[in-house]
Design a binder for this molecule. Sequence first.
Ligand SMILES: [Fe+2]
Ligand SMILES: [Fe+2]
Length: 311
Amino acid sequence: MDQSRFKQFMERIERGEKIEANDWMPDDYRRLLLRLIHMHAVSEIMGAYPEKEWVPKAPSLRRKLSLMAKVQDEIGHGQLLLRVAEDLAAPLGRGRDDLMEDVIVGRVKFHNVFHMEAPSWADAGIIGWLVDGAAIMTQTALLDCSYGPYARVLKRICAEESFHMQHGESIILALAEGTEAQRQMLQEALNRWWEALLFFFGPPEVTESARKMMEYRIRYRTNEELRQKFLTRYIPRIQSVGLTIPDSRLRFDEAQQRWMYTEPDWERLGRMVRENSGPKSQERIAFRRRAHTDQAWVREALIRARAQAAV
Ligand SMILES: [Fe+2]
Ligand SMILES: [Fe+2]
């Protein structure tokens, strides 16, 4: 029975049909998707923290409003994605609360970049410009995902991410045209983020789960393809504002048609994500835990109101 269902499922995938939440799906399809979307949702929420630190310290009202709008968008992305993840998790006996609690107890990973410090205003600019720029690369590559609810949510998210990238670019351009001290602050921020940005796309090897995700048309591109695309788009932009990329081995190899770069420290950065041992991991998880506890009454009130309305 399952074999014929599996065959029909794969035929749908190959025809380019979208799979919906209530459709039959193989168990590993569900689990791979859930892991991807859960980590994406949590990363959106944890991604709001480094920039949130800069809301009270933004240099002008215009910058503050723009940053607040971005932080609010990221939390909204997290909520949209949790809603998609919730449907996938329900048949496995897990609810939305479980998915959120996984962050607090360290059962789900979030992107390496959100474990890092953002000590200057230039870091807020680099996050918007390059971290969101990298996120656009990975997320637009998922727009054709075979799972309909994820593909639809990503369409909205990607539109907002391009606003985030422009917000970051505007901060960068102002600093790049500013004083010597501002340019220096910007260069130092780039030096701090470069390795983490390369790591963001993941190791170059195509793992078994990545291969499976490509077979299921959850994703179409390898980590290395996305990293190369990012480098092609952003290296000229970074250099055009007078910044130096902190990698003396960086060059474009004409014969191989690819960027050659110094490999990030996969082991150290991987451990940081697995063990939540980055410079800001524990502080931000503690913020999340406090927000989850302090706002429990709102969630309970909403559930109660919905139950009463149904009576
Ligand atoms: Fe986002
Ligand atoms: Fe964003």
